[in-house]
Design a binder for this molecule. Structure first.
Ligand code: NAD
Ligand code: WQD
Length: 333
C-alpha cells in the first residue's frame, strides 16, 4: 500500500515510516519540519534500506495537503502531524486548536476531495483526564484537563462526525499512552528541542552528562513509591500497532483503540531500570508535583489485542537500552 504520513519526520512518525517501509509499504512523508530535522527522512530510508518520498507542507493549509494527496494518490493516511506539549498548550491554546483541530479538518476535506477513504489518527490517553477507574478502557469518560488534550478529543469528534456523514470511510483512532525509547539502530529517536518536558529524554540527558540531575516531580502521590505512575510503551511497539491498525482500516466505520502495555511504572522504577540496564548513574532531586500532572494512569490493552491482534512486546529494560543508544548516537546495526 501507499501510505501518506503527516508528521512522518517526527518521533513517532519516523519509527512508523521505518516499520511501514520494512513491511513493504510505500511511504510519503508530509511535514512542515517545525519540530523535526529535515534530515530525518533520509535516515528513515537508510535504516529501512528503501526510499522514502517527502513533501514539505503544512496541515493548516488545505491546498498543501490537496496538492500532495493529488500527487501521491495514497491508499491510506496516517495522521501524526500535531503539537503535543501540554504545558505549551496552556500558554498558546489557539496554536494547538489551529494545528490539531484545524489541521485535521483540512486533511479530512482533502481526503474527501481526492477519494482517500482510510485514516489512522494519532490521539492520546490525555483525552481521558483524571482516571475514574483503572486500567483505562476506551469506554472511560473523556474529560481532558488541558488545551492539548481537548484539541485531541475535538479532532476525534471531527473524525467521528465525518465518518458518519461519509459512510464509506474507515477511521481508526489510536490513543497512545507514554511512548519512549528509540529504534535499536540508534539512527532515529526522541529529539526534543530545548529542555525536555518528558521523563525519558531528560533521564538520557542526565546519563550523558548534559543535565546535572533529574528533578522528580512529586513523591507524595497515592502510588506504591509516591512518584507518578505511567504506562510506558516502546516506540517500536507503537509503530507496529499502527501496522496492525492498517489491517483493521479496510472496514468502514469509526473505532478507538488504546495502545499501551497495560503495566504502570513509577518514576523511580524508570530511574532504577535505566541505571541497571545502562550502568549509568542518574542523580536525582526530589521536588514538588508538576502542575497538571496526574498520579497514575495505564491502559487496558484488551481491545487492541482483540481488534488488531496487537500487544506490546518490549519491556522497560529494552526501552531504557534503546533510549540510551539513541542518546549516545551509537548505531548497533
Ligand atoms: P513530534 O513533534 O516529534 O512529531 C510531530 C511532527 O509533526 C513533527 O515532525 C512536526 O514537524 C510535524 N508538524 C507539526 N505541526 C505541523 C503542521 N502544521 N504541518 C505539518 N507538519 C507538522 O511528535 P510525536 O511525539 O511524534 O507525536 C506525533 C503525534 O502523536 C502527535 O499528534 C501527538 O499529539 C501524538 N501523541 C504523542 C505522544 C508522545 O508522548 N510523543 C503521546 C500521545 C500522542
Ligand atoms: C512522566 C512522569 C512526571 C519529567 C506527557 C503528556 C501526554 C503525552 C505523553 C502527548 C510524570 C515525571 C517527568 C521530569 C519527572 N504526550 N517527570 N521529572 O506527563 O505522563 O505525559 O507525555 O500526548 O499528553 O502529558 O509524561 O514523561 O512528562 O512524565 O518527575 O523531568 O515523569 O511527573 O509522573 P506525561 P512525562
Amino acid at each position: 500500500m501507499r501510505i501518506f504520513v503527516t508528521g512522518g519526520a517526527g518521533y513517532i512518525g519516523s519509527h512508523f515510516c521505518v516499520a511501514a517501509l520494512q513491511a513493504g509499504h510505500d511511504v510519503v512523508v508530509f511535514d512542515n519540519f517545525c519540530n523535526s530535522d529535515p534530515g530525518v527522512p533520509s535516515r528513515i530510508a537508510r535504516i529501512a534500506r528503501r526510499p522514502c518520498s517527502v513533501v514539505t507542507g503544512d496541515v493548516r493549509r488545505k491546498q498543501d495537503i490537496s496538492n500532495a494527496l493529488r500527487s501521491a494518490q495514497p491508499d491510506l493516511v496516517v495522521h501524526l502531524a500535531g503539537l503535543k506539549a501540554v504545558g505549551d498548550s496552556v500558554a498558546r491554546p489557539l496554536d494547538y486548536f489551529e494545528t490539531n483541530v484545524g489541521g485535521t479538518a483540512c486533511l479530512l476535506e482533502a481526503m474527501k476531495e481526492h477519494g482517500v477513504h482510510r485514516l489512522i489518527f494519532s490521539s492520546s490517553a490525555t483525552v481521558y483526564g483524571q482516571p475514574v477507574e483503572l486500567p483505562l478502557k476506551e469506554s472511560h469518560p473523556l474529560n481532558p484537563t488541558n488545551p492539548y488534550g481537548r484539541s485531541k478529543l475535538m479532532a476525534e469528534w471531527l473524525c467521528d462526525d465525518f465518518q458518519r456523514a461519509e459512510g464509506n470511510v474507515s477511521i481508526v483512532v489510536l490513543r497512545y499512552f507514554n511512548p519512549v525509547g528509540a529504534h535499536p539502530s540508534g539512527g532515529i529517536g526522541d529529539d526534543p528541542v530545548g529542555v525536555p518536558n518528558n521523563l525519558m529524554p531528560f533521564v538520557t540527558q542526565v546519563a550523558s552528562g548534559q543535565r546535572e540531575r533529574l528533578h522528580i516531580f512529586g513523591t507524595d502521590y497515592p502510588t506504591p513509591d509516591g512518584t507518578g505512575v505511567r504506562d510506558y510503551l516502546h516506540v517500536c511497539d507503537l509503530a507496529e500497532g499502527h501496522l496492525a491498525a492498517i489491517s483493521r482500516s479496510d472496514t468502514p466505520g469509526f473505532v478507538t483503540v488504546n495502545l499501551g502495555t497495560g503495566t504502570g511504572y513509577s518514576v523511580l522504577d524508570v530511574v532504577r531500570t535505566f541505571e541497571r540496564e545502562t550502568g549509568r548513574a542518574i542523580p536525582v532531586a526530589y521536588g514538588k508535583r508538576r502542575e497538571g500532572d496526574l498520579a497514575q494512569y495505564y491502559a487496558d490493552p484488551a481491545r487492541a489485542l482483540h481488534l488488531l491482534n496487537w500487544r506490546a512486546r518490549r519491556d522497560l529494560g529494552e526501552m531504557c537500552r534503546d533510549a540510551w543508544a539513541w542518546q549516545r548516537g551509537s548505531s548497533t546495526e
